[in-house]
Design a protein around this ligand. Structure first.
Ligand code: IPM
Ligand code: MG
Length: 360
């Protein structure tokens, strides 16, 4: 029996890191006789160029059918002035919504070898191990009404931050369940001192917490959380956030690890078992400034392949092998430019991929 995996390289460095991730996937699949069939499709700006829209229906259908999707990155400055439905980012948002990927898991772990690549002090970031559980299909990203209008002669832009109780409940459950496999602590992030949507968020999280009396729950306001995250990052276990706060905090948390080029993420949806779709994407974007120059760090994308084996194929063993190969490469001082320090052997994207493959 063969299992399809859809690869969506997307734009910019997405193409380069996806190629590397695919090599790692193929290697593991071959070695463990898994018979994974990779199919590649255009997405984002690349799809606008070729098919006139960022997320063509046939691409979406392929994702729905395969249930396992790898995404490189989307984003291309050529479309900066385009209307929202013709921007590359729309592909990502449309995919998350259509596949009902309401939970985005972003593990933030510092590699001891990379401590010096961070701008923060060693004693602050050593042994950081956080899981950001970000709500991904609701909130201000999708809330209606939204738009650009002229009101009384003034141009206005507006969006709606809105959450229904069931949306908060299901993402909370993911966070509580995840924390049980870790150190059993959840910090829920909100802005309940100002926003009604956050007041509901906090109430529902408290209700869900009653089913998880073994998990320790606390709440932090987003502004304070942003500060605590760099002040005492080691004290966090699972960070539960809405869509917007998770977007911001995950970029901030990336600096704890030295580079956003190191962070993989997994997005999962509603139904368990058969219906469940997993989308794996690096947290970094398409980085048009370095695209096509063999400079991108492929380790986040390769880390995504590890998550893919862990969450969609139930092969924690293979996931661990990939993660160990990454650690091995780092411990030998092999680095792409973004994580290089004095004395590193600086390599390009392809060479980094080869280095990981050799150590697998
Ligand atoms: C992310 C990205 C996306 C987001 C963009 C590209 C739409 O920043 O995945 O964090 O805001 O969700
Ligand atoms: Mg982001």
């Amino acid at each position: 029996m063969s299992q399809k995996v859809v690869f969506l390289p997307g734009d910019g460095i997405g193409k380069e890191v996806a190629a590397g991730a695919r090599q790692v996937l193929d290697e593991c699949s071959g070695r463990h006789q898994l018979n994974l069939q990779v199919e590649e499709y255009d997405l984002g700006g690349t799809a606008i160029d070729k098919h006139g829209e960022p997320l063509p229906q046939f691409v979406l259908d392929a994702c729905l059918e395969s249930k396992i999707v790898f995404l490189g990155a989307v984003g291309d400055p050529r479309f900066d002035a385009s209307p929202p439905h013709l921007r590359p980012e729309k592909a990502l948002l449309g995919l998350r919504k259509a596949l009902e990927l309401f939970a985005n898991l972003r593990p933030i772990r510092t590699y001891s070898e990379l401590i010096d690549a961070s701008t923060l002090k060693r004693e602050v970031i050593e042994d950081v191990d956080i899981l950001i559980v970000r709500e991904l299909t609701g909130g201000i990203y999708f809330g209606e009404p939204r738009g650009l209008e002229t009101r009384s002669g003034n141009r206005v832009g507006f969006n709606t931050e809105i959450y229904a109780d069931y949306e908060v409940e299901r993402i909370s459950r993911i966070a509580f369940e995840a924390s049980r496999l870790r150190s059993g602590r959840v910090t829920s992030v909100d802005k309940s001192n100002v926003l009604e949507s956050s007041q509901l968020w906090r109430v529902v999280v408290e209700e869900v917490a009653k089913d998880y009396s073994d998990v320790k729950l606390d709440h932090l306001l987003i502004d304070n959380c942003a500060m605590q995250l760099v002040a005492r990052p080691r004290s966090f276990d699972v960070l539960l956030t809405n869509n917007m706060f998770g977007d911001i905090l995950s970029d901030e948390a990336a600096m704890l690890t030295g580079s956003i080029g190191m962070l993989p993420s997994a997005s999962v949806g509603a139904t368990g078992g058969e219906g469940r779709v997993g989308l794996y994407e690096p947290v970094h974007g398409s980085a048009p400034d370095i695209a096509g120059q063999d400079k991108a760090n492929p380790l986040a994308a390769i880390g995504c392949v590890a998550l893919l084996f862990r969450y969609s194929l139930d092969r924690d063993d293979i996931a661990c092998q990939i993660e160990q190969a990454i650690e091995k490469v780092l411990s030998e001082g092999i680095r792409t430019g973004d994580i290089a320090v004095a004395g590193s052997r600086v390599v390009g994207t392809c060479e980094m991929v080869d280095a990981v493959l050799e150590r697998l």
